[in-house]
Design a binder for this molecule. Structure first.
Ligand code: NAP
Ligand code: ZN
Ligand code: ZN
Length: 349
């Protein structure tokens, strides 16, 4: 057994605190990763606080994981001890349904196995995520990480990165498109970087006036304050796409009018209270609302390789594990620049 130190949510109300558990000895196809950095996604908060229901406590969140391989199973072929590796939002899937065969394991018809708050396939052994010192994963569900980028800035690519990269690629977003990104947090800042990198004209739509300068530094060409009714009126029918990353309760109708004819709102944020899709705002300009869930292993590797080639990382505030509850409180207030990443060396303190 592998002894692991972690931080866990024990219930929906109390702060996260230390938790120790054991991971099973390595299976032949698994690699063991000593976790170096773990990003903090808003989904961690939704889950830890059971805002989506169904939390199996204790929950060890964390699905933006990078670290170094310290051991490999006897049948591992794609990874070696000493290399860097990453783990994202899932660690397994059925491997035989149409989605799995297409490399879109996130849409597995039998349900993917989440990196945390899930159960190892066919067992009642809970999965525990990246707020921990070590993780073991089947090599088919691990990612190769290039060593030419800042590792702390790479961790958020495993969720915030792929979640924004995937729909932009799916829709062939690029030159000639006008893209609005709604909400400047972890997902939002990666959406700005990718949309700008793909050649689109990017407008940041934010409730936070203080984020304007940063939005421009991240690559946004324009910035608009969504709390200003005159600004919102002036942007009617402006965009081909809106990437909606809002984590809190909101109405789609506030923003749909900003889409032009045939425009699409890409819904990524999953607030505790669902939004309503209003028919009128959709039908008058043949607008669409679509959703998108992270990305498959193949596309995640493609995204990581793209980032290594184009020198793209997340803008991070590196924190100690012990700061996690303050980090959650700050994220609830939209006070994040633009991803908290836990330095796992702090678990040795
Ligand atoms: P985050 O870093 O906390 O950023 C969320 C941003 O939303 C805030 O910084 C804020 O930006 C904006 N916002 C917050 N409350 C708002 C409100 N009431 N009205 C308007 N805007 C508001 O969160 P994240 O980690 O990027 O995650 C965002 C959402 O995506 C979460 O719900 C998460 O669970 C979900 N998610 C989905 C997927 C997927 O596969 N679809 C993957 C990962 C995460 P401004 O200050 O600029 O307004
Ligand atoms: Zn996430
Ligand atoms: Zn499947």
């Amino acid at each position: 057994m592998i002894e692991v130190k972690a931080f866990a949510a024990y219930d929906a109300e109390t702060p996260l605190r230390p938790f120790e558990f054991e991971r099973k000895d390595l299976a032949p196809h698994q690699i063991q990763i000593e976790i170096l950095f773990s990003g903090v996604c808003h989904s961690d908060i939704h889950t830890a606080r059971s805002e989506w229901g169904g939390a199996n406590y204790p929950v060890v969140p964390g699905h933006e994981i990078v670290g170094r391989i310290v051991n490999v199973g006897s049948e591992v072929t794609a990874f070696k001890v000493g290399e860097l590796a990453g783990v994202g939002c899932f660690v397994d899937s059925c491997r035989h349904c149409a989605s799995c065969k297409e490399g879109e394991e996130q849409y597995c018809e039998e349900g993917m196995t989440g990196t945390y708050n899930s159960f190892e396939r066919g067992t009642d052994i809970p999965t525990y995520g990246g707020y921990s010192t070590s993780i073991s994963v089947d090599e088919k569900y691990a990612l190769h990480i290039s060593d030419n980028l800042d590792l702390a800035g790479v961790a958020p690519l495993l969720c915030a990165g792929i979640t924004t990269y995937s729909p932009l690629r799916h829709l062939n977003v690029g030159k000639g498109h006008k893209v609005a990104v709604l909400g400047l947090g972890g997902l939002g800042h990666m959406a700005v970087k990718f949309a700008a990198s793909f050649g689109a004209e990017v407008t940041m739509l934010s409730t936070s006036p203080s984020k304007e300068a940063d939005a421009k530094k991240l690559g946004a060409h324009n910035f608009a304050l969504t709390t200003d009714p005159e600004v919102m009126a002036s942007l009617a029918n402006s965009f081909d796409f809106i990437v909606n990353t809002i984590s809190a309760k909101h109405e789609y109708d506030t923003y749909l009018n900003l889409l032009n004819k045939n425009g699409t709102m890409i819904v990524l944020g999953v607030p505790e209270i669902p939004s309503v899709a209003p028919a009128m705002s959709l039908i008058w300009k043949r607008r669409s609302i679509m959703g998108s869930l992270i990305g498959g292993i193949k596309e995640t590797q493609e995204m990581l390789d793209y980032c290594a080639e184009h020198n793209i990382t997340s803008d991070v505030e590196v924190i100690n594990m012990q700061y996690i509850n303050e980090a959650y409180d700050r994220m609830e207030k939209s006070d994040v620049k633009y991803r908290f990443v836990i330095d796992m060396a702090s678990m040795k303190n």
